[in-house]
Design a protein around this ligand. Structure first.
Ligand SMILES: *Cc1c(COP(=O)(O)O)cnc(C)c1O
Length: 398
């Protein structure tokens, strides 16, 4: 928190986003903390180097640039501390390895980000950690899945691709009674729309690649932890020395200043688009937790402060060719992984090939949309023409 203006006891979120992680007085008055590049940090005397005296010790342990983002994120999440990682997935691996050891049992939601599942099934298994996947809708029923050696439960809400809502406080209550740690991948909501540690999460993960960047121009991960878990998290970070590059951290800080405004616009645009899609004859279902029709809407209303720009739909049955005709001809929606930038994206997806605790049988092709900051009318015209191609392709084949 900057010294300008003086710290009020209670400041709003937008003020916090503008001021957190900045000390202009330490940067010759310049508004932003600059990009500190560096490995070596010099110590003035033998006594200083032998006793590791000084605020910074070596590039991998942190610089003023990385510290600025860490402290800002700690303020924003209400955590005890934050560590950074070179990608969102790296943040997931840091969080997991900080609280697991050989012989432990891990519970992971079946709706988890797919590369997280790959990490559990390959790396964690190799090092003696057993993973069980659970139904994301389990709620307090997680109690029946806990084993004496269950040390961590990984949650994600809404679920990747399919948008199941998890009752995080209900799960956290039960898991804490057991003595285990609750981890959450909070990338969809960011701490602005879901304050993870207030809701019972011990370790929260954010892919800064998404809304913190806002520009599809960097890869970054953040892990915040409460008092109980931060020491082990920091030790794991130091052990791996998996530090992000200074330019990416600088860009993330720059993105953070405008994150609330961008998120609000993504929310507004995505909600409008979700309602428009719900009224289309080609669409069977819209999977957006802020819509009253979503099965997890009550949980969203109870625990979340808003929604972001990412949601999915299920199409009424159509051929693969019709789907390709729709998607291949889109002019404004790009097709590609990741999201959270200023641009609109769409991907086709199918969870049925890899989920193990639940069945994904939507009854039609599924699409995930990220709604960007373009003019909504243009986006709707693009999709409208796409739906026309879809209908024509199937009509011709019939
Ligand atoms: C994108 C994403 C990640 C991974 O972030 P990268 O920076 O791409 O590695 C992790 N979790 C969720 C929910 C994501 O959407």
């Amino acid at each position: 928190m900057s010294k300008f203006p003086p710290k009020p006891a209670q400041i709003g979120e937008r003020t916090r986003l503008v001021h957190a992680g900045r000390e202009p007085s330490e940067q010759h008055g310049f508004v932003n903390t600059p990009i500190y590049r560096g490995s070596t940090v010099l110590y003035p005397t033998t006594d200083d180097i032998l006793n590791r005296r000084g605020r910074y010790s070596y590039g991998t342990h942190g610089t003023p640039t990385t510290e600025a983002l860490e402290s800002a994120w700690t303020e924003l999440t209400g955590a005890a501390g934050t560590v950074l990682a070179p990608s969102g997935l790296a943040a997931v691996t840091l969080a997991l390895t900080s609280c697991l050891k050989a012989g432990d049992h891990l519970l992971v939601t079946d709706s988890v980000y797919r590369p997280t599942r790959n990490f559990c099934n390959s790396f964690l298994r190799k090092f003696g950690v057993e993973t069980t996947y659970y139904d994301p809708l389990v709620g307090a029923g997680i109690k029946d899945l806990l084993r004496p050696n269950t040390t961590a439960v990984l949650t994600e809400a809404p679920g990747s691709q399919s948008f199941e809502m998890q009752d995080i406080p209900a799960i956290a209550d039960v898991v804490h009674q057991h003595g285990a740690v609750v981890i959450m991948d909070n990338t969809w909501a960011t701490p602005l729309l879901f304050p993870p540690h207030e809701r019972g999460v011990d370790i929260a993960i954010e892919a800064g690649t998404k809304y913190l960047s806002g520009g599809s121009d960097l890869l970054l991960g953040l892990v915040s932890a409460n008092e109980r878990c931060f020491k082990a998290l920091r030790a794991t970070y130091d052990a791996f020395a998996m530090c992000p590059g200074p330019e990416d951290v600088f860009l993330a800080l720059r993105g953070m200043r405008t994150m609330a405004l961008r998120l609000r616009e993504h929310e507004k645009q995505a909600l409008d688009m979700a309602r428009w899609l719900a009224n289309r004859p080609e669409v069977a279902q819209v999977l957006h937790p802020a819509l009253e029709t979503h099965p997890g809407h009550d949980i969203w209303k109870k625990d979340f402060k808003g929604s972001s720009g990412l949601f999915s739909i299920v199409l009424k049955p159509c051929s693969d060719q019709a789907l390709a005709a729709m998607l291949d001809g889109l002019g404004l929606f790009g097709m590609g992984f990741s999201w959270g930038g200023f641009e609109s994206l769409v991907i086709p997806f199918d969870c049925s090939t890899y989920r193990t605790a639940t069945q994904w049988k939507p009854g039609g092709h599924a699409l995930r949309f990220h709604i960007g900051l373009e003019d909504l009318d243009d986006l709707k015209r693009d999709l409208d023409a796409g739906f026309a191609r879809l209908r024509e392709t199937d009509a011709k084949a019939a």
